[in-house]
Every structure is written in C-alpha cells, then in structure tokens.
Design a protein around this ligand. Sequence first.
Ligand code: NAD
Length: 509
Amino acid sequence: MTHFIDSRLRDAALPFWPDVASVGSHVGGDLVIGRGATISVNDPATGQLLFSYADAGADVAAKAAAAAVAGQAEWARLTAAGRGRMMQAIARAILAAAEPLAQLEALSAGKPIRDTRGEVAKVAEMFEYYAGWADKFHGEVIPVPSSHLNYTRREPMGVVLQITPWNAPIFTAGWQIAPAISMGNAVILKPSELTPLTSLALALIAERAGLPKGVVNVLAGFGHSTGQAALAQPAVKKVVFVGSVPTGRLIGEAAARRLLPSVLELGGKSANIVFADADLERAAIGAQAAIFGGAGQSCVAGSRLLVQSAVYDRFVDLVAQGAAKIKCGDPLSAETEIGPINNAKQYDHVLSLIREGADEGAEIVAGSNGESTPGGYYVRPTVLKNVTNTMGIARKEVFGPVVAAIRFETEEEAIAIANDSEFGLAGAVWTTDVARAHRVAAQVKAGTFWINSYKTINVASPFGGYNHSGHGRSSGVEALYEYTQVKSVWVETAAEPAVAFGYAPGLRE
Ligand code: NAD
C-alpha cells in the first residue's frame, strides 16, 4: 500500500530514496514496509499532512533483531582499527550529503535550517570522534598479588536498542549510533514515529559508505507497538532511551523485568541563575539562547530563570525585549531563528501550560497568551514574570519557548530553588564572582552545568541526568563504558601451580 508523501518532501528525500514508494523501516540493508496502523505526520510549519506510512510492528522488529545479530557478528570480526576507518568513511559520507540531510530534517521536523546544518555537521563529528576511540578503548593488565596474569577485555554488548524522540532526530541518532558501533555493537534504532526520515537516511548513508548491512537497523513505527516489540526481542542486550520521564519509566520497568541494563536520558526543568553582579547584557543573550533555541524543544532548556532581586525587573525586561525580536518563521528560510513546535499534541501542551501559568498569577511580559493561532504550530518566545517555584509552570517540563522568571535574594536561596525540582539535567550560573560560580556549580544537582555560558555541548564531554532526568551517560569516553561489558581473564603462570580448594592461594601475599 502506498501512503501519502508531500511533493516537497519527496524532492528532499530524492538523494536518499530515488524510487521510494513509501516510508518503511531499514532492516538488514532493505526497505521493509510495515503492515500496522497508519501513522500520519503533519508539517509543523503548516499543520497540513506531510507524509503517512504504516507502523512497522512486531514482525519487522523480529526481522531487525535477526539482521542485527548477523550484522554484529560480521562487524565484530573486523579489527578495531578497521571499524575506526569505516567510521571515518561514514563521517565523510555524512559531510558529502550534509545539505540534503539538513533540508530533509528542516522540512520533516520543522527545525530551522541554520540549526539542522549545524546538527548534521555535529553528527559527522561524532563519527570522527568515536572512529578515533575504536582501537583505543580496551582492557588492561591488573597487577594481582599472585602468580597469575590477570587482564580485562572490553567486549561489545551485542545488539543494542536505541529509542529516540522527535526534537533533534539526526543529532540523537548519531549521538547514540556512533559510540555503539565503534565498540562493535549492532544497533536497532527506533526513532520517534513523527521524525523517522533522517535516521533512515543516516543508515543508508552509512551502508553506502561500506558499513556491513544489519549493523544499523532503523524501525519506523509507534513506541507502544514497534518500540515494545523491539524491547521484547531476546537478541537485545541493552536499551538506551532518550525521551520523556513517563515513557522512560515504562522502558526502565520493561528493561528491569528482562534484567536488561539501560541508559535513560530524560527531561529537564533546568535552572539558569543570574546574580546581580553578572554581565547582564551577556547573561540576557545567554538566557534567550538557553530557552528559545530550538523553540525550547531542548532537554537542557533553561526554562527556569532565577534572577537576583536587585536586578530582577531590569533583567526580565531585557530578556522580554530580546524575545520580541527573535525571528520566528519558515524552517527552510536562512533568516529563521526559531521554527514551530514539532507536532499538534506538543503545541496544545505548550499553550495549556502558558494559560495555566497565567491562571496561577504569573504575568506574561512577552510572547503568547496561550491562545492557538491559525497556520502551523508556532508559539512566540514567551516570558512569564513573577513566577514562584511552587507554580505548575515552574515544575512541569514545557518543552517549548516559554521561560518562567523566578526571583531570589541570596545564593543559598538560589541553590535551594534550583534543587527543588524532580529533574536534574542541567543548569547555569551567571556571575563575575569566580568563587561563587564554583560554589554554585558544585551544589546544583545536575548532570551538566555552565558558568557564564549555556548549552555548549561537545561529543567529547559526558552528558546525562541526575534525579528523574535519568541515569547512565552519553557522549565522551563515558558512553563507551555503557556500550561495552568487561570480562576479567585469569592465566596461571607458575611453573608448579598449587592445588587449592576454595579461592586460589596467594591473593593476600
Ligand atoms: P516520548 O517519551 O514521548 O517518546 C520518545 C520515544 O519513545 C519515541 O520514539 C516514542 O515512539 C517512544 N515510545 C513512546 N512510548 C513508548 C512505549 N510504550 N514503549 C517504547 N517506546 C515508546 O518523548 P518525546 O515527546 O518524543 O520527546 C520529548 C522528551 O524527550 C522531552 O521530555 C525531552 O526532555 C526528552 N529529551 C531528553 C533528552 C536527554 O538527552 N536527556 C534529549 C532530548 C529529548
């Protein structure tokens, strides 16, 4: 059955699927069309139908597991250096396809083209970075106090399931695929049902660059059906989930029942703390980038703006004035700074939380009043003033361009407010007092913290959450611990080994 594909989208997809009849999964190098319920995806910029396709379902998930087992066996036979060279070739292929990939991401996910160009470049960087690690992350020799040689081996997990959200589809795919395959794993990636296209394109690009078929498989489908079916596959030995807290809880529970190790990268409600002694002009630009970048659809968004009382009114005014100037519009225009919200459900969620904030007594000093507007799912950058940390708008993740400005008096109070949250993904402090900056950085409970900066991330630096923002780490060398398991090997080297019962003798000598 052929499903609907918008003609602009068909053109954007041409470099990847010259003869695409429909959207399907990428399994063992083949396009596999699902037979499940129809999934309809609207264009975030217009609200009109963009494409539809059939949910992959359990049969395709089982095929992906079989393909991944075969792919992993072939991939792990390669030398580590050979895997690194292959990943360098993939990085070059991504750069060669960078513009069509960025266009496809902008059109299908509603993200500004200036953002998607940067994100595609970062995906190439991820493959380069982990290509370098492929033959450098290995076991070691342990100097045990006996006649034994004891060494460790870092072995792949085998087949890893990765489930990702819609806010940064290709970035998140590269972020998780690159470290996984550098260590010899095969991957089953289940992107959001709303944004499968660039993950599918990435798998194709990698195979055209020479990656064996079956090493990267992408399932196009719903989470509750296809995602759960993938999670139930006995071949899956680890699950890495990026998404919301409620879904993370479901995945964590299902993984625990199977005794599967998991990494959970979940949501946030990060505190961006501005002291009166900060460079306020710079901090205001930082505060806008922190929350309005990506239309606030960023897990690390600085959605709680904590401002010291003495500069509260002045600073919130600065941020509100800046918010009013942000260019919000067509994702494909190079001028656009922020695009629409990705989907209708999320659009309604963002608007309802703005209205809830106003009902709770917050003052809207810039942006949307929570009413929907015709056309696409656009929400103007919105600033809510006089928010207290007990209001819903300060506690719930909005995942939209909405900042809640909260007043504080002292450093202790700022830290207490920052930590009074179920989340713990990120945070920042703006101050010219170096000692205070480090005191605050040490005390805020979050996996990433910035001083006089916001949202800088790099593939070499670890990333992950405290509290309900998740567990386990992505990026940097930390991700390689997640994507390997360690084996300890003992070799007797004594000429005349002692016969012993219980534990071998000599370990305490
Ligand atoms: P979501 O939790 O609704 O969905 C994420 C993924 O899980 C999708 O692929 C979805 O299909 C799948 N899924 C849903 N139900 C499932 C089920 N029952 N079984 C298996 N899979 C299932 O999240 P979303 O709305 O797509 O994304 C937004 C959320 O992601 C926000 O909370 C945001 O903070 C979070 N996020 C976190 C990070 C991070 O690194 N910490 C990064 C980006 C986004």
